[in-house]
Design a protein around this ligand. Structure first.
Ligand SMILES: [Zn+2]
Length: 338
């Protein structure tokens, strides 16, 4: 999939150039939204560094980064299968990367690599190292064993301890364009174009988010059914009574992550109501245009703007540590009476 991420051409050519000129620093930090290909790029880089079959004389190639590993030698295949003994992937166990995981890694690094010419340690979501783990990693980053490369991935460089970050060269991965996500959803998840467009508009340039949205229980149909339920059940003036508003809050309040995603959908829905009569091109939920136009006709723009503000406030509160159910109830009642 990464091969289709045109947004990352610049980052990938920097990496390839460093690998070719043997100037790759011992520690890299790939930053950017989830689902922009950071971990995939790290593993392909590990293949490039260790490929046993050198590439044929260069021919014009639209994606040189990918061309520079054969993909079929023993080393490339083991990295693809996740079975190469010298290419380690460390990721959070539960909510954090713990000190025991980094201590275990440090023990492994005391021995020479078993097969690889270039050992690669990929630490996914490195911002989730707890402080002890980060400090233990810092020690090896300060004196890395010869031939060992560390690649940390993180959504935001600011998630990392400054002392760890200062040891790494940062490579930025850009959010994906909507067209890229649409193409990926159509080829990888077999979505029809209108469905892919609706999902892509909501995933904020992250293919991982888009894939997660449509790969839950019941697949894409369940996701659309849930979205449609939220839009039709959303408490608004003239839609049900106060007990309906509280029941809506109760359903949303069963799971915080789902509540956050639902609020984001509601935000887009209200945005669509505001723009569907002014600039239909900006509508996110294209497939619901008749419903949007009918709903929009019932409210003035200032009322819709006030509702959107209520939803934004609720999102901010939920991202803090407020009581989920109570906060959603307040939102539902405010929307109903707006
Ligand atoms: Zn190879």
């Amino acid at each position: 999939m990464l091969e289709h991420f045109r947004e990352q051409d610049e980052s990938l050519s920097i990496l390839l150039s460093m690998a070719q000129h043997k100037t790759l620093p011992h520690a890299l930090c790939f930053t950017g939204p989830a689902g922009t290909g950071k971990a995939e790029a790290a593993l392909i880089l590990a293949q490039i560094l260790n490929c046993q079959i050198p590439p044929a004389p260069p021919e014009p190639c639209p994606t040189p980064f990918f061309f520079h590993r054969c993909g079929s030698c023993r080393s490339c295949r083991k990295i693809d299968a996740g079975t190469h003994p010298d290419i380690r992937v460390i990721e959070p166990e539960g909510s954090h990367i713990k000190i025991a995981q980094i201590r275990d890694l440090c023990n492994t690094l005391l021995a020479k690599p078993l097969e690889a010419t270039h050992r690669v340690i990929l630490i996914k979501d490195a911002g989730r190292m707890n402080r002890e783990a980060a400090n233990a990693l810092l020690k090896v980053l300060e004196e890395p064993p010869a031939g060992t490369f560390f690649i940390l991935t993180s959504h935001q460089p600011s998630e990392l301890l400054p002392t760890v970050l200062s040891r790494c060269q940062v490579i930025r991965f850009r959010p994906l364009a909507q067209e890229t996500v649409i193409r990926g959803l159509m080829t990888e998840a077999n979505l029809q174009k209108p469905q892919a467009e609706a999902v892509a508009a909501l995933c904020q340039g992250s293919f991982a988010t888009a894939r997660e949205m449509v790969s839950g229980k019941g697949g894409v149909d369940a996701w659309f059914a849930q979205r449609n339920w939220i839009f039709t059940a959303l408490p608004l003036p003239g839609r049900g009574d106060l007990s309906h508003a509280l029941a809506f809050a109760e359903v949303l309040g069963r799971d915080k992550e789902k509540a956050l995603r639902s609020l984001s959908l509601i935000g887009h829905y209200l945005h669509d109501l505001m723009v569907c009569r002014i600039d239909p091109k900006c509508v996110v939920n294209h497939d619901l245009m008749p419903q949007l136009e009918a709903d929009a006709a019932r409210f003035t723009l200032p009322r819709l703007a006030a509702m959107a503000e209520t939803v934004r406030d609720t999102l901010v509160r939920l991202e803090g540590n407020t009581v989920l159910r109570h906060t959603l109830e307040v939102m539902a009642l405010k929307l109903m009476q707006s």
